[in-house]
Design a protein around this ligand. Structure first.
Ligand SMILES: *[C@@H]1O[C@H](CO)[C@@H](O)[C@H](O)[C@H]1NC(C)=O
Length: 309
């Protein structure tokens, strides 16, 4: 009798969750309830409600990634896949505003803090908790550098490649039309190297370039965040072009302030030069002295030698 009730409840639960469509823009989100709501596990006991019609803010995505890494860390040690790399200064556990924008000050749950731009990338030296970041500086220009895989027996046409990239980026990452139109591309055919510049107005806080870049980075690294098995594969001359080796550069409305470290490096270089100069000077004086003394002794000895004559 009891097991029948449990089975019924299970069937009901399964039915209820099956009614909710998956979250298109985040495959690890869970959608259930009535009305359907999609949520993302961003902390041990913390969930974020999502709007799956849009790309999610990078800050939420990073929180979820950290949470997934933590959950995995207990089970696996070492590299998750062969292409896993250690990003020296990449992911951390971010603090997000309720809207999903990064808080300007980030500490990664430690005593060490730094200021980030709107893409969540560090733009100051690391410091202690008293560090002040007076505002979140906007990243208005993102440069994506990537390579396309080789296409046998096909001569790539630069114009066609650019149009294909524009279409693919617009469709997959819902990129605003103005950014698509102003997108610039540089292309090195021999190296199969593509450089894409995505720019917006410096004071535009609405359009989110970092989100587009993050989704694209994950796509190219074969760790797509989207639900389903679609890929970022622009179509050129009937060929699906796969991408690899992506690198992202962020340019902020105000230059970053890594001054301390550079200054220290410069000062150290100057000190080294001065110390070397002083040592060289001392050596010159020392050897000159020694030579004088030797000459003096020699003449002295010679004089003495000559005496008995
Ligand atoms: C943040 O902390 C985690 C450990 O919790 C560490 O793996 C990661 O490298 C840190 N990130 C930064 C940017 O300091």
């Amino acid at each position: 009798m009891n097991s029948v009730v449990v089975l019924l409840l299970l069937a009901f639960a399964a039915g209820a969750s099956a009614q909710c469509p998956p979250c298109k823009t985040m495959k690890s989100a869970i959608c259930d309830g009535d009305p359907c709501t999609c949520t993302l596990q961003v902390g041990k006991d913390e969930k974020q409600t999502l709007d799956c019609e849009k790309l999610l803010p990078k800050c939420f995505l990073m929180m979820a990634e950290m949470q997934q890494n933590r959950a995995k860390a207990g089970r696996f040690l070492g590299k998750p896949t062969e292409d896993a790399i250690v990003d020296n200064d990449g992911i951390y556990d971010p603090e997000c505003e309720s809207t999903g924008t990064f808080k300007a000050l980030q500490c990664n749950n430690t005593e060490e803090c730094w200021c980030v731009n709107s893409a969540g990338v560090r733009r100051t030296d690391k410091s202690d908790k008293s560090l002040k970041c007076d505002k979140l500086v906007e990243t208005y220009w993102v440069r994506l550098q990537l390579k396309h895989k080789e296409i046998p027996n096909y001569e790539m046409n630069e114009e066609e490649l650019k149009t294909a990239l524009q279409t693919a980026i617009k469709d997959r990452y819902r990129m605003p039309q103005e950014i698509v139109d102003s997108m610039e591309m540089m292309y090195d055919k021999d190296a199969r190297l593509i450089v894409l510049d995505l720019k917006k107005e410096k004071d535009d806080k609405e359009k989110d370039l970092s989100g587009i870049a993050y989704y694209m980075e994950k796509d190219v690294k074969q760790k797509s965040l989207f639900h389903g098995d679609g890929k970022f594969e622009p179509e050129v001359g009937g060929n699906k072009v796969e991408m690899e080796d992506i690198l992202v550069h962020y340019v902020d409305a105000e230059p970053p302030t890594f001054t301390m470290r550079r200054l220290t490096g410069g000062v150290i270089a100057v000190i080294v030069v001065v110390v070397l100069a002083v040592i060289a000077g001392l050596l010159v004086v020392y050897f000159a002295n020694k030579r004088d003394k030797a000459r003096y002794q020699k003449t002295h000895v010679r004089e003495l030698d000559e005496m008995p004559k």
